[in-house]
Design a protein around this ligand. Structure first.
Ligand code: C2E
Ligand code: CA
Ligand code: CA
Length: 868
């Protein structure tokens, strides 16, 4: 390799080196720059190096400090290392480099011939640059986010000293509280705190320091606009943390939460009022005020929709913040055609939102009212029953300024409307309950309770007057028959019709009440004596007695009435009791008539009360007896066929009493059930004794059974027990026509059971009733007893005809006939002549005590035996 070749190689190596290599003459003239060097500083290849000095490669700053100029040093030490700043030829920017300069010496003479420098670019590589840039921007980004977070967070972060001096306030503090940037510097937290909360805040901070407790502390802070809002502060003592060096306080605005809580509290208050059954107006007012409390600058009203036969009208519900004229204006106004938003809301069943009454043409007629009440916006929400969807009223908000409700307002109103609905529905319900408590469901008339209350009032009012209030006690006849034969619905219909008639016939101002099942009472303020009362009652009874069409049939109702003019000092129950007694008298007289209450009745009423007690006592004390009246076969020389058992009472003071003295009372009071049972037992005992003596005698023992006994569950078992003991005697049961007529449906089954158990059925007092005879075919009747009244009257052609008819009927139906009350041989002959086989009467035998009946039996049974 020759020298030139070698020199080219060296040059190539120098150009291929990664660093900037330059060679300058000893006087600073640049002689050579390798390729990487040119590339680094952006100097193109055409640049003439001969004109350039080393200093031209450096920045202005770089020139001043560059050690490259310090050739003496380099020359002295032979080598120098340091830093320099190269100038980028493209834009003049700086390129920091590490420099190593050294003297190049002649190989032969060792004389310095040039200065060489190797410059290493100190800037990071492109990849390195990128990573740095990324890290930098991430940091910046995070910092920005952090700042944005601190600015926009809804909470405020403070760092305070133990005494409240502010060391740091997050950017959000200026935003939330509305103060300008930098305002918090050198401020004391306590200056911001509401004066009333300062003491507690101070204490809390002191506690933080000594006890390290953490709150939360409730406090109010002053905003820039000088208003106070409520905050909750959570503190954390970080005084010992060098990064913080104070108490970190996180402050949160709880004004809205407090509002919500307050709304919940007022709502709970309203619910409490509802539960306590406070008057509706009180509840609705509380509700309206609570909404006004939540929504500033609004006025709240509640209107009720009341339906009547004349159509729906407004009733004032509540408008605590409206001028009083508002309530007057609305009360009783018809909802149909009402031009207000509330009227429209009710008719459309949807909210009506009027932004400005003054400009909305639909509500032009309301402008005057709006002006007088100083309101512009009106939002009316219909209040509907949550259960039935019925219109209950409206909930309306009026605003001072025009506008429409926002979501929060709508939500608040929705909640309030629901509460209003509950209140109103409850009111409707309570009203209905109150009405039901005071009225009869079926007829809608006031009920017994109401009547008693009203009568008491009238009696008090009459204390000072001259004449007392009058009471007419009406009892509808034969309701039971209608119920049993046509059904209860028809019975109800009859009651409703009668109620209407009585109400129509009653004088103006009178109270007509339904007192019980078929009882009505008319209460008249005053009755001016008997004539006045008589006219009234006759008018009412005539009205009641108009024929009525029931289930397609004509029916003529009738009623019995008792009249009383209240005496001074009487109580309501006493007056009604007297009227009832008089009514009972009238009914007993045959119904469809009336009776005045008299002192005699009162006395008798007292007597009855006493008697009832005596009967009860007498039964327990064994004062009752059974007498036996013989029944004979007229066609067989009056041979004994049996006895009828007749009840007697050995009264301790009044002597032996017949049924006439007590049987009616016993039936009315129900005592007859006990008496009847006792009779059955006694009869069975007698029969058992008799059959011991005369076992071959098979007679019938007839027992009278009252209607009341048919209702008793004891009758059938008592009859069965009795029959089992009295065999071979058989048991006959005597029921009157009217008993059978009254209760055909419900008792038919029982009668069938009694008969299939072995008892025979006789119709007592036959001919005195006016019933259809159809029951004779429906019921298992075996005997008819011709009433004593016909027998007594047999020389009268009418009575004779009845007896003849009964006998004909009986023979065609194959029934046995017993004629009652035969007292004379003529009567006996006449009956025998008409073909009557059996008879009973004083002529043949009176009712006898058991021992004498046995004697009678001995004679007859002996004869039977003799003749048998
Ligand atoms: P009744 O069932 O029609 O009984 C016949 C009544 O006529 C008896 O009256 C009897 O003493 C009376 N009598 C019989 N023969 C003659 C006569 O020739 N001339 C007259 N003047 N009277 C005669 P008594 O015993 O006073 O009974 C009256 C009613 O009391 C009975 O009428 C019956 O309906 C009822 N009764 C009697 N005992 C009982 C009983 O144990 N239970 C029930 N539920 N009712 C009874
Ligand atoms: Ca009888
Ligand atoms: Ca009879």
């Amino acid at each position: 390799m020759d020298h030139t070749e070698r020199a080219r190689r060296f040059e190539a190596v120098i150009h291929a080196a990664p660093d900037f290599i330059s060679i300058a003459s000893l006087d600073g003239q640049v002689e050579f720059v390798n390729e990487p060097g040119r590339a680094l500083i952006g100097m193109d290849a055409a640049t003439d190096l001969s004109r350039l000095k080393v200093a031209d490669f450096l920045t202005a700053d770089g020139q001043a400090e560059s050690a490259l100029n310090e050739r003496p040093a380099v020359l002295k030490d032979g080598q120098w290392s340091g830093f320099a700043t190269l100038r980028d030829w493209r834009d003049g920017s700086a390129i920091p480099v590490a420099v190593t300069s050294f003297m190049v010496r002649d190989v032969v003479t060792d004389e310095p011939i040039a200065l060489a420098s190797i410059q290493q670019d100190l800037r990071p590589s492109l990849g390195q640059q990128h990573a740095v840039a990324q890290a930098e921007s991430a940091l910046a980004e995070s910092e920005r986010r952090h700042q944005a977070f601190l600015l926009h967070m809804s909470d405020i972060l403070l760092v305070v000293t133990a005494t409240g001096g502010l060391k740091y306030a997050s950017p959000s503090a200026t935003r939330v509280l509305g103060y300008p940037d930098g305002w918090f510097v050198d401020t004391d937290l306590l200056d911001l705190v509401h004066p009333d909360d300062r003491e507690s805040t101070r204490h809390a901070l002191a506690d933080m320091v000594s006890l390290r407790t953490e709150g939360p502390i409730g406090l109010r802070l002053r905003s820039a606009d000088a208003t106070f809002r409520s905050y909750e502060a959570l503190a954390n003592n970080l005084i010992d943390d060098p990064a913080v060096g104070g108490i970190l306080v996180l402050v949160r605005d709880v004004t809205d939460r407090n509002k919500t809580e307050r709304a919940e509290r007022t709502q709970a208050k309203v619910l409490e009022l509802i539960a306590a059954e406070a008057p509706v107006s009180t509840v609705l007012s509380a509700l309206a005020l609570s909404v006004e409390d939540q929504l500033e600058e609004t006025i709240c009203t509640v209107l009720l929709a009341e339906r009547s036969t004349e159509g729906a009208v407004f009733r004032h519900g509540a408008s605590p913040s409206m001028p009083s004229g508002y309530a007057r204006e609305l009360e009783g106004r018809s909802i149909a055609g009402d031009p207000s938003p509330c009227g429209l809301a009710l008719r459309s069943r949807t909210p009506v939102l009027v932004a400005d009454i003054m400009t909305d043409e639909r509500f032009a007629t309301m402008r005057e009212l709006a002006t007088s009440c100083d309101v512009r916006g009106c939002w009316s929400f219909p209040v509907l029953s949550p259960n039935s969807g019925d219109l209950l009223g409206t909930f309306a908000l009026y605003t001072r300024d025009p506008g429409l409700p926002d979501d929060r307002t709508t939500a608040i109103v929705a909640r309030a409307s629901r509460l209003a609905a509950i209140t109103l529905e409850r009111q409707v319900l309570l009203g209905r309950l109150a009405y039901q408590a005071h009225h009869d469901d079926l007829t809608g008339l006031p009920n017994r309770m109401t009547l008693l209350a009203r009568l008491s009032d009238r009696l008090l009012a009459a204390e000072d007057g001259t004449s007392g209030p009058g009471v007419v006690f009406l009892d509808l006849d034969r309701l039971k028959i209608v119920n049993d034969s046509l059904g209860h619905d028809v019975g109800d219909e009859l009651l409703v019709r009668i109620a209407g008639r009585v109400a129509d016939a009653a004088p103006e101002g009178a109270i007509v009440a339904r007192f019980g099942g078929d009882e009505f009472v008319i209460l008249v303020d005053r009755l001016e004596g008997a004539d006045d009362a008589g006219l009234l009652v006759e008018r009412v009874l005539a009205a009641v007695a108009e024929p009525v069409l029931l289930a397609g049939r004509s029916f003529t109702p009738s009623a019995s009435a008792g009249v009383v003019i209240a005496a001074r000092g009487q109580s309501a129950t006493e007056v009604l009791r007297d009227a009832d007694i008089a009514m009972y008298r009238a009914k007993h007289g045959g119904g469809s008539r009336y009776a005045f209450f008299t002192d005699d009745m009162r006395r008798r009423a007292f007597d009855r009360l006493e008697l009832e007690e005596q009967v009860r006592h007498g039964l327990a004390a064994g004062e009752f007896r059974v007498f036996y009246q013989p029944v004979v076969d007229l066609t067989d020389h009056d041979a004994l066929v049996g006895f009828e058992a007749l009840l007697r009472w050995q009264h301790p003071t009044r002597g032996l009493l017949g049924p006439a003295s007590f049987i009616e009372l016993a039936e009315e009071t129900g005592l007859i059930v006990d008496l009847g049972e006792w009779v059955l037992g006694t009869v069975a005992t007698s029969a058992a004794r008799w059959s011991e003596r005369f076992p071959w005698f098979r007679g019938t023992l007839a027992v009278n059974v009252s209607g009341r006994q048919l209702g008793s569950p004891h009758l059938l078992p008592a009859v069965r027990t009795a029959m089992a003991r009295m065999a071979p005697w058989s048991l006959g049961l005597e029921l009157t026509e009217s008993t059978l007529m009254e209760d055909t449906v419900s008792t038919r089954g029982l009668i069938e059971d009694l008969v299939s158990s072995g008892a025979s059925l006789a119709i007592d007092d036959f001919g005195t009733g006016f019933s259809s005879l159809s029951y004779l075919t429906r019921l298992p009747v075996s005997t008819l007893k011709i009433d004593r009244s016909f027998v007594l009257d047999l020389d009268n052609p009418g009575a004779l005809a009845v007896a003849a008819t009964v006998l004909n009927l009986a023979s065609s139906l194959d029934l046995t006939v017993v004629a009652e009350g035969i007292e004379t041989p003529a009567q006996r002959e006449a009956l025998l002549g008409l073909g009557c086989r059996y008879g009973q009467g004083f002529l043949m035998g009176r009712p006898l005590p058991e021992t004498q009946a046995l004697e009678f039996l001995r004679t007859s049974a002996g004869e039977v035996r003799r003749s048998g």
